[in-house]
Ligand binder design. Sequence first.
Ligand SMILES: [Zn+2]
Length: 423
Amino acid sequence: MNSKEELFLTQYNDVPEVRSQFTLPKKVLIHDVTIREVMQSPRLCLRPEEKIRVAKALDKLGVYSIENGAYMTPTEKEVTTELVKMHKKGEIKAKIVPLAHWVEKDIDIALETGADRVLMSANGNPVTLEENDGVSPDEAVKRLTRISSYAKKNGLYFTAQIYDTYRMPLDYMERVFKSLVYEGGTDSIALSDTFANVLPWTAAWMVRKVKSWVPNTRIEHHGHNDFGMSTAMMIGAITGGAEVVHTSINNIGERVGNAATEEVAMVLELLMHIDTGIDLTQIYPTAELVSRLTKLPISPNKAVIGENVFLQGSGMIAWHQFRWEKMGKPWYNMPFAPQTIGKDEMEVILGVGCGKGIVEHELEKMGIPATKEQMGKIADKVKEEAYICKWSLSKIQFRQILTEVLGKEALLKAAVEKAEAGK
Ligand SMILES: [Zn+2]
């Protein structure tokens, strides 16, 4: 294993009746925001040298571009300058995108880093503009457009990320986007589900709507995960025609984080057959690195990369697993193979779901013979113990049970035979 084609996934995602409902792009670009959003995540941060290390890993993963900056503070300017240098020397392929506030000074700093692009993030919601920014909605349109023109005049590729897009009145939104594109020369508009309250089909509808106003402008999508819908929302935006998605590793980002790079890439590549440029086998190594450096553990239940995706402790399902492993197709019994994302093998645990099949499998590995009756007894004792400790059993706990049921001599004999065979 293991090419994507070998996996056993539903064929119904591909039936024309389903797929023809959408205009799907051949390629979606992944704009990774991990090293930017981490600075806005509760309790998390990355030091400058760690940001460089993560950026290298993101590049190996194959993201199209990497955003950096808690706006352009001196430290962020240094990191961005270093990354731009690496990009220009060909050490990293990903494009480096400095984050700018909606002031000329930030555009100047972005230029000083040597970057050829900039992403301006600014509030677009007229309801909060006055309170948050001390700017009237009319002034805001002028200011946004002025910053766009300024960046374009200085030769930068300009992305306008208008945050809180989805709580803007539609007529004001149209005015802002048309002014940015037709007056300010904006290259790309990033819609932002800042407060994470958008349904996937609403994102699709909104992207189509914005495209009808500025048809030749690239549409990007940014969004957060407070309702647990960030991946679905990104997929919705893509079905509406978004060409770039803003995602972060391990969902890192403001509050409970952004749409996860690993989830969006897996859905696009495996379920929608859309090219992202992502090397899926780098997903787990990258996620693990980011987890180690940010000190944010990966939840065992986390989609794609959580430990539990490849832990098997349920008797009958595990037995199916062993059958398929023997036939050389272990991924027939799982959503995707561990190797797909750069992990090792599936692991079997001894817990409340333990059955004779799991015991047989474990004993076989250890080279210990037992009768069916003994295996049943062992499975019962494993279950009993797992209910007490509310966890899977350790190797020592399992050995104690084996000693109780099979006797010390049987275990010793098997250990000696195994050692002899290994000589
Ligand atoms: Zn954000």
